[in-house]
Structure formats: C-alpha cells, structure tokens
Design a protein around this ligand. Structure first.
Ligand code: PLP
Length: 400
C-alpha cells in the first residue's frame, strides 16, 4: 500500500513556484538569467505598514488571535468593502487567512467533495484546479478566447453549468491574462447564475487595485445584489500593498460558509500571523494615495512590454486591463525552430528554449490551461524589462 495519500497524488506542485526555483538554481550556477516568472510586486512594503508591524511586536502583540482574524482587522475589512466596493458586510461575514490562497483553500475544502464540479475559466491561476482536485471535486475548465479579450461569454457559462456545479471561480483582473470584466460584463454572467441557484461565485479580486487606463473595477456581489448570499469575495494585501511575504488574505461571504472556513482553519494554522494582521490593519486603514503612483508605474511598464513584444516576429501580445502580467500568443511560431535548432512544437518547448538560449524565464501557457501562450510578469525594473525584451526579440529573429 503506498504511503502517500490519494489526495496528494491528485495534485502537482505549482508550476510558477517551480519556475522561480529553477531560475534561482541557474542564477546560483552563475548563469545570467532574467526572471520574469514570479507573481509579486517589486516595490517595498510601505514604511507606515512596516512600522505598524514593529510597533505590534514591541507592544507585545505576539500571541494567538481569534481563529479567523482580530476584531479590529475584520472591522477595517468591512470598512474597505464599504468604501471601495459599496458592499455592506458585518465582521461575522469576514474571514482572515494566511494569504488569499488559504481563503480559497478553506472555502473549497469546506464546500467541495466527490461529484461536485467547479467551473474555472482558462487561462486560470495555477492553484484553482489543484485545490479543487485536492478537495475531491472536479475542475471543469472553460476556455476563453484571445478574440474575446480572454473573457468567458454568458453563453459558454450557461453551457458549462450542470446540476453538479458548485462554484464558478472568477478572477478579475486575471492572473495570467490581465483581462478584467467591467460591471456590465459581470452583470451578464451573474444573470446566467440567477437561473442556477446551486452555483456559488468565488470572486478572486486580489488584483483589484491594479487596473489601468481608468478601467473601473467591479465585483459580482456589488453588481448583482440578488447573488450576494452565494458569493465569496476574496481579496488580500499581497498584491495591492506589496506584502506577498506577510501572508494575509481575506474573504467576505455568508456566515455559514465563513464559520465552516474558520473550523478548518482552527485545525490547521490556528490563526494568521498576529504581527502580519497588525500590518494589514495599517495597510487597509492607512493612506491609500500612493497606490495611484504604483498603478501609473505598472501601466508604463505594461505599455513598454506590450509594445516590445509586438515588435518580435511571431509574438502577438494583447493589451491587458490590469494585474502585472501579459499573456502573448506564439501561435505563429509553432513549427519554427529556435536559434539553436530546437523545433518549437508547443509553448513549453518555447519557454524552455527561451530560458536556455536567451536567459529569460517566463511561464508557459499550458500551466495556465490555455496554449500556445506564455506569461510574463512585468513587476520588474524598466532596465530589466528592456534587456529582457532585447533578448526575446533576438531569440525570435534568430528562429527559422
Ligand atoms: N489569486 C491569484 C489570482 C493570485 O495570482 C494569487 C497569488 O499569486 C493569489 C490568489 C494568492 O495570493 P496570496 O495568497 O499571496 O494572498
């Protein structure tokens, strides 16, 4: 009898984390590698947030807290939802976890089991299908099309729903495509769900604050109040406040689900780091003006990267509305040979050849469920991006 469980054999390690590890290993060997595979802002956590964490330590806030978050932090999260999303939540409808990832993990483990289906639009964030599989459920991948801006259509959603569907996971702006749904597009999807009361919505809003060109962020619970008692709105401080390492995320939803998530958390991590909760409290209740500067910075980098990639033979890069990723197509390059002579048969071969021959690390599209594409994270300095684009262009021009 195998020692390892069936549950763990159903999942694979995160391919983005694996690529970041591979980059670090190659750099340690002395190779000149530009890593554009990691999904985290390159800014420092702002000083007022760091100071709040130091003050928390000195004030002795170093013990366990309530399982799913301190009362003061839950209050600040309620205020954030009211202020930024026009959503009225009470603290018993809030769960704080060790990153948005734990919120998703808790929600799916608390609600999904064998026979249950979860609709996941592709390209998707790599962890969704694996968490669903770990829970014993069935991920139902719903591909989007670049022509539709990587957004699923209401018709396609309607066709994907079955009596077994438990959740639709909506991530806007999206990792990896950067695509975002405006209020009207979300309302059209929500209208489909009104006919299917068994389907809940898991709204992953983690990139909310990274929307460009004046795009107005919207979220399902806000645009369709009739769905509110079956929406879990997930968010966190990782991407908005450059706090990936602090590990604080949160969710808002119906009390019954929130309580079940707390029960799971009480038997796993007990509570998210107390010191990080104090830092998150400072992030959510402190000044927000600096976010506009970060947004402008990211938008300028997006424009640089989109223009640079569209200058490369064989690459077609759409303009995303948000997040800090682009998801270009390499459809035209399939059948070409890399400068070193490797036949480019799919996006994984392309990404490996780009790493080996040009020293640029990206993540291949198959990891996100939609090929032939690759993902670049442009959360890097302009100099780094400019050099990466030069190398990618030389690689493409060297193909035949
Ligand atoms: N959701 C999406 C789409 C993400 O890209 C990430 C992180 O990469 C997360 C959720 C989880 O973020 P965290 O656990 O750092 O809050």
């Amino acid at each position: 009898m195998p020692f390892l469980s069936k549950a763990v054999s159903r999942i694979k390690p995160s391919p983005t984390v694996a690529m970041t590890g591979r980059v670090a290993a190659l750099q340690a060997e002395g190779r000149d590698i530009i890593g554009l595979s990691a999904g985290e802002p390159d800014f420092d956590t702002p000083a007022h947030i760091r100071e709040a964490a130091k003050a928390a330590i000195d004030a002795g806030h170093t013990r366990y807290t309530a399982v799913d978050g301190m009362a003061s932090l839950k209050q600040a999260i309620c205020q954030k939802f009211a202020r930024e999303n026009g959503l009225d939540y009470t603290p018993d409808q809030i769960s704080v976890g060790t990153g948005g990832k734990q919120i998703l993990f808790n929600a799916l483990l608390a609600s999904v089991g064998p026979g249950d289906e979860v609709i996941i639009p592709a390209p998707y964030w790599v962890s969704y299908p694996d968490i669903v599989a770990l829970a014993g459920g069935t991920p139902v991948i719903l591909p989007s099309r670049a022509e539709d801006g990587f957004r699923i259509t209401p018709d396609a959603l309607r066709r994907a729903i079955t009596p077994q569907t438990k959740w639709l996971i909506l991530n806007s702006p999206s990792n990896p495509s950067g695509a975002a749904y405006d209020a009207e597009q979300l309302r059209a999807l929500c209208a489909v769900l009104l006919d299917h009361p068994q389907v809940w919505v898991l709204a992953d809003d983690i990139y909310e604050h990274l929307c460009f060109d004046g795009f107005r962020f919207a979220t399902p619970a806000q645009v369709e109040p009739r769905l509110r008692d079956r929406v879990l709105t997930m968010n966190g401080v990782s991407k908005a406040y450059a706090m990936t390492g602090w590990r604080i995320g949160y969710g808002a939803g119906p009390v019954e689900l929130i309580r079940a998530m707390a029960k799971l958390q009480s038997q796993s991590t007990s509570n998210p780091s107390t010191i990080s909760q104090h830092a998150a409290l400072a992030a959510l209740s402190g000044p927000q003006e600096f976010l506009q500067g970060w947004r402008d910075d990211f938008q300028a980098r997006r424009d640089l990267v989109v223009a640079g990639l569209n200058d490369c033979p064989g690459i077609d890069c759409p303009v995303p509305q948000g997040a800090f990723y682009v998801y270009p197509s390499i459809r035209a390059m399939i059948g070409w040979r890399s400068p070193a002579g490797t036949p480019i048969t799919d996006d994984e071969v392309f990404a490996n050849a780009l790493l080996d021959e040009a020293g640029v690390a990206v993540v291949f599209g198959a990891a996100f469920g939609l090929s032939p594409h690759f993902r670049i994270s442009y959360a890097a300095s302009t100099d780094t991006l400019t050099e990466a684009l030069r190398r990618i262009r030389a690689f493409c021009e060297g193909c035949d």
